[in-house]
Design a protein around this ligand. Structure first.
Ligand code: ADP
Length: 494
């Protein structure tokens, strides 16, 4: 109490107006200037305190508060100087100056010692600003979330996606952007993630949903990447609304399922129909043979000729039905996944058709060392056999030559190997390129080039596709044809 009285004791001091010879102008110049400085100095701490919450996460928060206190006391000293013109409380004024001096020195010490940290902080602020500018320019929804799950930055796209004003998103926890039922679980995921943050995408394998401010729920895909933002460990989240994509995928999946079912039904139908047709055709064939044998003497030459034709046709029909049966069986077969040594397999094929090579004066050249592949040996043998025989069959050269090889044999990085079987035969016109793979389609008359049923290449394609590969051809009429096909390289020994 005594101290208080002492502070405001003005005895012994004249008011400043009466100390010296003040002209009113000079006196008011001091008073008004001191008052203006006081008002301005009060404004600075008020502004700092008003915006303090926005700087909550800044590490230089307490320096700002110290600075606010320093300015505040400076302001008070100016106010005192103005009041002293009428009320000479020099004791109080001196005491306030002492406090101002202590706070100033404190501010100076802290500022000087923390300057490197402040410069670093400001630099980070600047780089964060550029980061924000970059994120703002992105057409993708991007937001930065701190380790407590709070949004510290969200670009305009994100705000629009969730129907928020851009700044209104700041301070929300990410769970606010999800449907109620996801929130609790997400907090657990988030806490788990923040312990070991790494780049990962969510919403692909598991359904993830966002909820906008207006309550609209939509599927999203997010990618998370750890990021340093304004000196804090944060996570950058990209958010994509996948409503359209999901609808498309669902539609595609549905039509794939329908298509698969249709193909399966068709294969079953072909199998059953061919199987059931086989019996009566066999019967027709047998009965017409009996008819021919037993009535050899009574039948006219024309009648016999017609019956023989009938036999040929029923035999062809039976063959075609057999082919259909084989083809439909292939359709439902998944190729077994064993290790097949292509080099050995080609040697086996070569040995099997030794007679043909000799008869046609044909030769097989193996151009490269074949990689082993994944598949079913018996079926793959059928592929090489068909292509080699066709190369020899549709060939008018005196030395039909089949060259077999693999493209990019040295490229170990590819999963599939591309094989080729090339001949120096008659070639195929470009307009027939697709037709050759069609069932029962021949490009020549039935009996020419050794005859055939137009089935070989259809079966070859089916086998390759059942192995997960593709087949295509390149050809020049009169120059030759090259068939290419891909097969998965063997994983054995890798
Ligand atoms: P097929 O040989 O029994 O007639 P494919 O399905 O094997 O049946 O072949 C279909 C048609 O494609 C053949 O009739 C032939 O006209 C043509 N073709 C196939 N391979 C070759 C080839 N290497 N060179 C030229 N034409 C070919």
């Amino acid at each position: 109490m005594e101290f208080f009285q002492f502070l405001f004791d003005t005895a012994g001091y004249p008011a400043r107006w009466h100390c010296g010879h003040w002209t009113p102008f000079m006196g008011w110049l001091h008073i008004l200037s001191d008052m203006t400085i006081f008002i301005a100095y009060m404004g600075i701490p008020v502004t700092i305190i008003y915006f303090k919450n926005r700087f909550e996460y800044l590490k230089i928060n307490y320096i700002l508060l110290l600075f606010a206190a320093f300015i505040f006391f400076c302001g008070i000293t100016h106010l005192n100087d103005a009041i002293i013109f009428w009320y000479p409380f020099y004791n109080f004024s001196g005491f306030i100056k002492l406090i101002t001096a202590v706070v100033s020195i404190l501010t100076l010490i802290v500022l000087a010692s923390k300057m490197p940290e402040i410069i670093l902080f400001l630099n980070e602020k600047l780089s964060s600003k550029s980061l924000k500018d970059i994120f703002e320019a992105s057409s993708q929804g991007l937001m930065i979330v701190n380790k407590h799950g709070k949004i510290v930055f969200a670009n305009q796209v994100t705000a629009k996606l969730f129907d928020y004003e851009q700044n209104a998103l700041i301070g929300h926890v990410v769970e606010d952007l999800m449907p109620e039922s996801f929130r609790e679980k997400h907090v657990v995921h988030r806490l788990h993630y923040i312990k070991k943050p790494k780049k990962r995408t969510m919403g692909i394998t598991q359904d993830l949903y966002g909820q906008s401010l207006t309550g609209r729920i939509f599927p999203v895909e997010t990618t998370l990447s750890p990021l340093k933002f304004e000196s804090e460990d944060c996570v950058l989240c990209s958010v994509v609304d996948i409503t359209e994509r999901k609808a498309r995928d669902d539609e595609l999946q549905l039509s794939n399922q329908t298509l698969e079912k249709m193909v399966q039904d068709l294969e079953e139908f072909t199998y059953v129909a061919s199987h059931d047709l086989k019996e009566p055709i066999r019967g027709l064939h047998n009965y017409s043979r009996i008819l021919l044998d037993e009535n050899e003497d009574t039948l006219t030459e024309d009648g016999k000729k017609k019956l023989r034709m009938f036999l040929v046709l029923t035999q062809r029909m039976e063959n075609q039905i057999d082919t259909l049966l084989k083809y439909s069986k292939l359709g439902s077969e998944r190729a077994a996944n064993t290790n097949v040594e292509v080099n050995d397999m080609i040697q086996d094929v070569k040995a099997n058709i030794g007679y043909l090579l000799e008869e046609k004066n044909a030769k097989i050249i193996i151009e490269s060392n074949m990689p082993a592949v994944m598949g079913e040996k018996q079926r793959l043998e059928e592929v090489f056999l068909n292509l080699i025989i066709n190369g020899i069959k549709y060939n008018q050269s005196t030395t039909p030559t089949i060259t077999i090889g693999v493209k990019d044999e040295m490229n170990a990085s590819t999963v599939h190997a591309t094989f080729y079987v090339k001949d120096n035969g008659i070639g195929i016109k470009p307009e027939h390129a697709d037709k050759v793979f069609t069932l029962f389609k021949r490009l020549h008359l039935r009996e020419t080039y050794g005859g055939g049923s137009g089935v070989g290449l259809t079966i070859v394609r089916k086998i390759i596709e059942n192995h997960g590969g593709k087949i295509w051809m390149e050809s020049k009429p009169d120059k030759g044809t090259t068939f290419f096909f891909t097969l998965e390289k063997s994983k054995v020994g890798k």
